[in-house]
Design a protein around this ligand. Structure first.
Ligand code: 13P
Length: 249
């Protein structure tokens, strides 16, 4: 069965609640699609108004982060159950900005992935190499390590529902997109890794996005690749261009 494309915006630390509601109204007609799942991953404070703003549309809402503990004394954190109750469907886990600026490691990310799944959320698990790693020729070794560590104790059935986002760090927010060949090669490498860890059916089911300077001009070529099932879009998800990316064909 063909995998359904999934095109997600990652708003990062942009959009106040009132700006968020305005953006949802602006994008509403532009992001209509019968062929792709469309997701807005938004700052925590925007979740409640955005869930309300996209009611009755084809857009689902995602969070950009969560904590793995059930509840309790974790000042400033947000639990999977809170996200679920607020109407969130997806949660980005392990974005390179969180790995880098907030020192999130694979042991922590594995706990977050498992908790998200347990709560009924779909993780968008991010992986990707730095420019130095690419130049050293260790891209695939690094990404395999991330995937294997982040998916410890996650079952094949759970992985089938998962979204993995390949985001080369050097392509994020830089305007420097990976070439189509580079993006396809790593997304295929991730699928091969899943096949080794689980089986062919699991590898064939898991959706793998590319992220890193995706825009209205390069989306069609990237998303046409056999192992690229859509995109995780930063900057271009905050403007009308996101509609063109969703309707890339
Ligand atoms: P840009 O699309 O702004 O490069 O960001 C990519 C990204 O980090 C999405 O998670």
């Amino acid at each position: 069965m063909a995998r359904r494309k999934i095109i997600a915006g990652n708003w990062k630390m942009n959009m106040t609640p009132s700006e968020a509601v305005k953006l949802c109204a602006e994008l509403k007609d532009l992001v209509k699609s019968d062929e792709a799942d469309v997701v807005y991953c938004v700052p925590a404070i925007d979740i409640v108004p955005v869930v309300e703003a996209v009611k009755g549309t084809n857009v689902e809402v995602g969070a950009e982060n969560m904590y793995f503990e059930e509840k309790g004394a974790y000042t400033g954190e947000i639990s999977a159950a809170m996200l679920k109750d607020a109407g969130v469907k997806y949660v980005i886990i392990g974005h390179s900005e969180r790995r880098d600026y907030f020192k999130e490691d694979d042991v922590l990310l594995n706990k977050k992935v498992k908790k998200a799944i347990e709560a009924g959320l779909t993780p968008i698990l991010c992986c990707g190499e730095s420019l130095e790693q690419r130049e050293m020729g260790v891209t695939m070794d690094w990404i395999r390590l991330q995937i294997k560590s982040d998916l410890v104790d996650v079952t094949a059935d759970q992985v089938k529902e998962l979204v993995i986002a390949y985001e080369p760090i050097w392509a994020i927010g830089t305007g420097k997109t990976a070439t189509t060949e580079q993006a396809q090669e790593v997304c295929k490498g991730i699928r091969d890794c899943i096949a080794e860890m689980y089986d062919d059916a699991t590898a064939a089911a898991v959706r793998i996005q590319y992220g890193g300077s995706v825009n209205a001009g390069n989306a069609a070529e990237l998303f046409a690749q056999p192992d690229i099932d859509g995109g995780l879009v930063g900057g271009a998800s905050l403007k009308a261009d996101f509609g063109k990316i969703v309707n890339y064909k």
